[in-house]
Design a binder for this molecule. Structure first.
Ligand code: CA
Length: 231
């Protein structure tokens, strides 16, 4: 599944520029303009990366970054700070607060994209991998193909995204609500049983006969890609 990026930026032209370019790279992008909104948005869906403007109305970017680092649920989310300040002392302060990287406005878009990719790869190599492989199962994000051994597996676009999401984070348990948000999108009006139906179809497509099932049902919680699959 494409990595999800949260942009926190109060200057609309920059927010638009970032969103346009990140979406063109295939990332899923959400945005907000105030520091106070960040934790609400992270509660809805955990982003893989936050692009955080330093100068925000209300709670400043540096304060948001400090708060993120203090909370267990957001401690590990990478942050790139964006700022108009270029003084070395400010840069040091930003990194000391826990930002992973730092870009001074006006920044070049190719440079921003390169930094985003580097940091995502460092945080979770699978989030930017072109291919996911587990045992005899391969998911190719470029050609949108899935195979098990020599057998091609035909999946609907929804089932492909579902497998991508689970396989890209082996062992992580997703609730049905989280899968609805990330696979179907927040605006889709489908209920949680839809997830069960699609997981059922996905399982049927992936495993034949005595082949091991790579998807684990976690009772009263949701689903995970079995991290021991193929080992
Ligand atoms: Ca600003």
């Amino acid at each position: 599944m494409a990595a999800s990026i949260l942009i926190v930026e109060d200057e609309e032209p920059i927010q638009v520029l970032l969103r346009y370019n990140l979406e063109a790279e295939g990332y899923r992008v959400r945005g907000c303009v105030r520091g106070e909104e960040v934790f609400f948005m992270m509660g809805e869906e955990r982003p893989d990366l936050v692009l955080l403007d330093w100068m925000l109305p209300g709670v400043s970017g540096i304060e948001v970054c400090r708060l993120m680092r203090a909370k267990p649920e957001s401690r590990d989310i990478p942050v790139i700070m964006l700022t108009a300040r270029s003084e070395e002392a400010e840069r040091v302060r930003g990194l000391a607060t826990g930002a992973d990287d730092y870009l001074v406005k006006p920044f070049s878009v190719p440079e921003l994209l390169a930094r985003v990719k580097t940091i995502l790869r460092r945080a979770n190599p699978l989030s930017v991998a072109e291919k996911l492989v587990a045992g005899d199962l391969t998911l190719d994000r470029m050609s949108k193909r899935v195979s098990r051994g020599v057998r091609d597996i035909h999946l609907s676009p929804t089932e492909f995204r579902l497998l991508d999401q689970l396989m890209g984070n082996p062992g992580r348990v997703y609730s049905r609500a989280q899968l609805l948000d990330s696979v179907w999108g927040r605006d889709a009006y489908v209920d949680e049983r839809t997830v069960d139906v699609h997981v059922g179809r996905l399982r049927k497509a992936l495993s034949r006969g005595k082949e091991a099932d790579p998807i684990r049902t976690v009772r009263a919680t949701g689903y995970a890609f079995d991290e021991r699959f193929g080992r």
